[in-house]
Design a binder for this molecule. Structure first.
Ligand code: FMN
Length: 437
């Protein structure tokens, strides 16, 4: 990493302060200055222009340009709009949003206020995974602290502006984090994704109205970008994806946790320098650089830069940067089984290829892991992957098929060994974690 890339943290700034979730330390380091400027200047177009210049891309998985999304809702001919912060985080190995809400709730709250204000939201929500008890308590406290200082609620800063953020108890399911499923569940319907097009939230969101949906981390970047300017933000990261990203590091590493690094940082740096390498001096067998829905990479690819474009070019993806490390003592069939079962359980069942495909894949991987598999099962697994990939209203079944295809491509010999020995030849270690920070 070049010197300019070894920067002080931006989203996690203040992380070493005592009780960073309280309002005083946040205000001491410039918190709510951006919000005050937004309210007093009322120049929404400038806010959007800064975000566009900063090339901020969504951190919820898809990497969509944030400024463009805000502009779409801001310019929409329908004047009744809504704002929802997506805090539904429920993917194995991803825990950065929970960390942010718990430790830096004011930063998120300020980002939410600015987003809701910019698009003239009639009502604003945070869809918060109901399992995040401590994070919720800190966020509720942050709202009350901000209220006592006149930063949220009625007649904000004496300007006549009324704006509040309501907490909506999220499902605690993976699919409920998909934005259209989230909006469905907020309207009392099953958390099932809708077909896109036409159901983009910016067009047909909550109550059928234009809705701004952003991820927790995306919103947490906003106050510092507006305070310091787009030029400051683009000093680090890559040209196409500037700024930093919060990487959730888990699995076979000595120091799992949330690490903020410039976009484009090599995977090796995260695992070795931040994570302290692999326990007991073992080697790396595989790494999921972007959670279980994107292809694994091998130990020969650790110098790949972690950003949306580089990982896509390498045949995988960044997703929401849940980096899971698997060491060389693990059984890859067992690892694949664990995640295949996750996809099976989390499928909402709406789309037949997903409902049936995820179940069939998990069944076949389990058969092999238990020593009952045949060569024919391997062919059938690949055939199912081919059938179901790209189908469905969301990407869940595509993730499930990529997992199996990629596992078979990289570790076919392990599957064949299970079939030959009619048992699992490994004593595997559990490496897929979802760690509370
Ligand atoms: C199965 C699935 C689960 C998802 N879960 C989340 C989630 O928990 N949090 C999140 O912000 N985005 C999640 N997303 C992405 C959202 O649909 C959406 O792209 C994101 O909230 C937009 O915010 P951003 O532009 O700030 O990234 C998920 C997508 C899929 C397909």
């Amino acid at each position: 990493m070049s010197e300019s890339q070894t920067i002080a943290p931006r989203v996690l700034a203040g992380g070493i302060e005592k009780e960073p979730w309280k309002i005083e330390p946040y205000i001491r380091r410039g918190g709510y200055e951006a919000w005050k400027t937004c309210v007093l200047k009322e120049d929404r177009e400038s806010i959007i222009a800064v975000l566009k210049h900063a090339h901020l891309r969504g951190r919820g998985g898809a990497g969509f340009p944030t400024g463009i999304k805000w502009e779409k809702v801001y310019n929409h001919r329908v004047k009744e709009r809504y704002f929802v912060c997506n805090a539904g985080e429920h993917e194995p190995g991803t825990f950065k949003d929970r960390y942010l809400i718990k430790h830096h709730p004011h930063q998120l709250l300020e980002g939410c206020l600015i987003g809701a204000f910019t698009v003239h939201a009639k009502k604003s929500f945070i869809y918060l995974n109901a399992e995040f008890k401590e994070a919720r308590a800190n966020f509720e406290q942050a709202i009350e602290e901000a209220r006592s200082k006149g930063l949220i609620g009625k007649n904000i800063m004496g300007t006549g502006l009324d704006l509040d953020i309501e907490i909506f108890d999220g499902h605690g399911s993976y699919v409920a984090g998909e934005e259209t499923a989230m909006l469905e569940s907020m309207q009392g319907r099953p958390a099932q994704p809708k077909q896109k097009p036409p159901f983009y939230p910016t067009e047909f969101g909550l109550y059928g109205k234009p809705t701004l949906v952003n991820n927790v981390e995306t919103l947490s970047h906003i106050p510092a970008i507006l305070r310091n300017g787009a030029g400051w933000f683009i000093q680090v990261g890559t040209e196409k994806t500037p700024g930093t990203m919060l990487f959730s590091l888990s699995g076979a590493v000595n120091r799992p946790g949330v690490y903020e690094l410039p976009m484009g940082t090599p995977i090796r740096y995260l695992i070795e320098d931040c994570g302290g390498g692999i326990p007991e001096g073992r080697g790396i067998k595989a790494v999921f650089p972007g959670g279980p829905s994107f292809a694994m990479i091998g130990p020969d690819q650790l110098d790949l830069p972690m950003d949306f474009d580089s990982l896509k070019k390498a045949g995988t993806g960044l997703g929401s940067a849940g980096v899971i490390v698997i060491d060389d003592s693990a059984c890859m069939v067992a690892q694949t089984l664990k995640l295949s079962k996750f996809f099976e359980v989390e499928s909402c069942g709406q789309c037949p290829p997903c409902r049936i495909g995820t179940g069939e894949l998990a069944k076949l991987v389990e058969k092999i892991e238990q020593g009952n598999g045949t060569q024919k099962d391997l062919d059938q697994m690949l055939q199912i992957c081919g059938f179901v990939k790209g189908t469905g209203f969301c990407t869940l079944v595509t993730g499930a098929s990529i997992l199996v295809q990629n596992s078979l491509r990289l570790f076919k010999h392990e599957y064949e060994e299970h079939i030959k020995q009619q048992q699992c030849p490994f004593h595997s270690t559990a490496t897929v974690t979802d760690k509370e920070q």
